[in-house]
Design a protein around this ligand. Structure first.
Ligand SMILES: *[C@@H]1O[C@H](CO)[C@@H](O)[C@H](O)[C@H]1NC(C)=O
Ligand SMILES: *[C@@H]1O[C@H](CO)[C@@H](O)[C@H](O)[C@H]1NC(C)=O
Length: 242
């Protein structure tokens, strides 16, 4: 609200129509120009400050990801399984040595050694190994896969129960950690591929219904390439099954 003594109250009102005198027109054009310049410089200052803040934040939080050099994108058709009338694949079948091996091979090579130069650029410190110069770091996708496999096994205690060497409490805490870890990883990666809905006849429904169709195309980081990159830098340590 304007105060009683606000000078702008007494300035001529500039309207959009052409009923103004030439002098008024000039004054009003100047006013409009001034307004535009003020707005632009204001926007520029805000942009500069936010950019500075952004750069400072990035510099403040070191977050190098050495595997960035292995990132390559590819198109992958997901496997949906019986829900979309497909047979199980090797990862989704009932427990068997073949299924176990397929899962284990996903995260066989998970920890790599990095040079002091790379280690110094990482967000968090990691212990040195070998000759006391190289540090050991895990690549998280393999940890997530290990976690998912642990949950898979926990769902079939009659088959895998005897494998569990942890106490009941530690095992429960581990499963809980795994669930929450995978949740955060999914949110972190945030796959934005689209899931179409289609009318499908379903076994458990007497009439066709609209269901999400999951055996569709996603844009993914090339997992096999990342696996190869990791295997090449592998520490030789196998991730503990427990
Ligand atoms: C890792 O680094 C972040 C950012 O500096 C820090 O907040 C966090 O506590 C660190 N984690 C550990 C386990 O030190
Ligand atoms: C330290 O060990 C790594 C892994 O074995 C090796 O590649 C590197 O050359 C070694 N560095 C030194 C200074 O010995």
């Amino acid at each position: 609200m304007h105060s009683k003594f606000d000078a702008s109250v007494y300035e001529p009102l500039c309207s959009e129509d052409n009923t103004q005198s030439d002098l008024m027109e000039l004054v009003c054009t100047q006013k409009r120009l001034r307004k535009i310049i003020y707005c632009l410089s204001g926007a520029l200052v805000v942009l500069l400050i936010s950019n500075l803040a952004f750069i400072t934040k990035l510099n403040g939080a070191k977050h190098a990801a050495p595997a960035q050099e292995a990132v390559e994108y590819e198109v992958v058709k997901f496997h949906a399984g019986p829900l979309n009338n497909e047979p199980d694949d090797i990862y989704s079948g009932p427990p068997s040595p073949a299924v176990d091996q397929a899962w284990r091979e996903l995260y066989e090579f998970s920890a790599i050694h990095v040079t002091p130069d790379i280690a110094s650029k990482l967000a968090n410190n990691s212990e040195k190994m070998y000759n006391e110069t190289e540090s050991i770091v895990g690549i998280d996708v393999f940890h997530q896969l290990h976690c998912l496999n642990k949950i898979r096994k926990a769902l079939s205690p009659e088959h895998y129960g005897k494998e569990v060497t942890e106490s009941k409490e530690v095992h429960a805490a581990h499963i809980n950690h795994c669930l929450n870890s995978i949740r955060q990883s999914l949110q972190c990666g945030a796959d934005i591929s689209t899931v179409p809905f289609n009318v499908q006849p379903l076994e458990f429904s007497s009439h066709p219904i609209l269901v999400p169709t999951f055996n569709v195309i996603h844009t993914c980081r090339n997992f096999r390439k990342l696996q190869e990159w990791t295997r090449y830098r592998w520490t030789g340590e196998l991730l503990d099954e427990e």
